[in-house]
Design a protein around this ligand. Structure first.
Ligand SMILES: [Zn+2]
Ligand SMILES: [Zn+2]
Length: 342
């Protein structure tokens, strides 16, 4: 079958590779659609921390935001899985450590991550996964939305951590895919939503996603100003190293600071401000616990993520897409998806 293989920094191409075979408890799915994201690009370029720390190594088979259909199953898998439309939790824990036993498999130190480390990803015609990590996807859902369940899971968790509600006002710092999905989930929760977006196209996309107000980074009001206590929650989704510290200054006393962006260097937060204002700071890694809620929100059409997809390309165009995004990010509709059968 065809698969996109990265052999070294910025060296990726479509190759013919062995067909995956389902082992005990596993299923092989035909990939219908797969999204590219910042994590994929960092792995492609060789910038990802894990590569430098030796937890990850080339060759890499990327792709962790996908939807597909089960084509074959291994021993011990029930017949109901055959033909089922599915997506998967890309975090696969060891299954027996304390973290896995209490349902936090996504932070298991021995976990494998589909398309990131230890398991081949979905940028291929087929992929193999344990059925325990598969989630059924309704036939009515578009392929675009199906491949947005994974980033949706991340955004859902950030908005859940922000406790977005009709009585809250949430500021979302950054209007990439995750930031825009956070806008949609926070609006669906009934919250007032403001967004920090530098570029015009990103600002317009945030407005289309439902944002009530757009700010330039240097205009964002600080908490405790003239008769204004601050935002009930601020979600940092830009990945700028200076943003977390700045975000903290706009959270109201007793509010929440949610961090989902990852910067290329360490960020500083004045923890005195957190302590003296009773602010809760929360980090979010991965969408595992948000996959089902995100899928439910797409299914009920409370959140419709399709407008965030700008392009659907073939496996042969993936390297080009990474290079294009690196040179000139496409604000507004930031998500590029791949159809491996093109
Ligand atoms: Zn991703
Ligand atoms: Zn574990």
């Amino acid at each position: 079958m065809k698969a996109y293989v990265v052999r070294g920094p910025s060296q990726g191409a479509t190759e013919h590779v062995a067909e995956p075979v389902a082992g005990p408890g596993e299923a092989v799915a035909v990939v219908e659609r797969v999204g590219l994201c910042g994590t994929d690009r960092e792995l492609f370029e060789g910038a990802m921390l894990e590569l430098h720390q030796g937890q990850d190594a080339y060759p890499l088979r990327l792709g962790h935001e996908w939807v597909g259909r089960v084509e074959s199953t291994g021993p011990g898998v029930g017949p109901e899985w055959l033909g089922r439309r599915v997506t998967g939790d890309c975090m696969i824990g060891c299954g027996h450590c304390g973290l896995c036993r209490r349902g936090a498999h996504y932070v298991c130190p021995d976990r494998l991550e589909v398309g990131v480390r230890g398991r081949d990803g979905a940028l291929a015609e087929r992929l193999v996964l344990p059925v325990s990590s598969l989630i059924a996807v309704p036939e009515e859902l578009t392929a675009a939305a199906g491949a947005m369940i994974e980033p949706g899971g991340n955004a859902w968790r950030a908005v859940d951590a922000a406790q977005a509600s009709p009585s809250g006002n949430v500021l979302i710092w950054g209007a990439g895919t995750i930031g825009l999905l956070c806008v949609m989930f926070a609006k669906a929760a009934g919250s007032e939503v403001e967004v920090v977006a530098r570029r015009q196209a990103s600002a317009e996309a945030a407005e289309r996603a439902g944002a009530d107000r757009i700010w330039q980074p240097d205009e964002v009001p600080r908490a405790g100003g003239a008769n204004w206590n601050g935002y009930s929650a601020v979600i940092e989704a830009s990945g700028a190293a200076s943003a977390p510290g700045r975000c903290a200054m706009s959270v109201e006393p007793g509010g929440r600071l949610v961090l989902i962006g990852v910067a290329g260097q360490a960020s500083l937060i004045d923890t005195r401000h957190l302590v003296t204002n009773d602010i809760t700071a929360i980090g979010i890694l991965g969408g595992s616990l948000g996959l089902r809620p995100a899928l439910a929100a797409y299914g009920s059409r409370d959140v419709i993520p399709d407008s965030l997809v700008s392009q659907v390309i073939s496996l042969d165009q993936v390297s080009q897409a990474f290079a294009a995004v690196t040179g000139q990010p496409k604000p507004g509709a930031p998500k590029v998806q791949v159809n491996p059968s093109l």
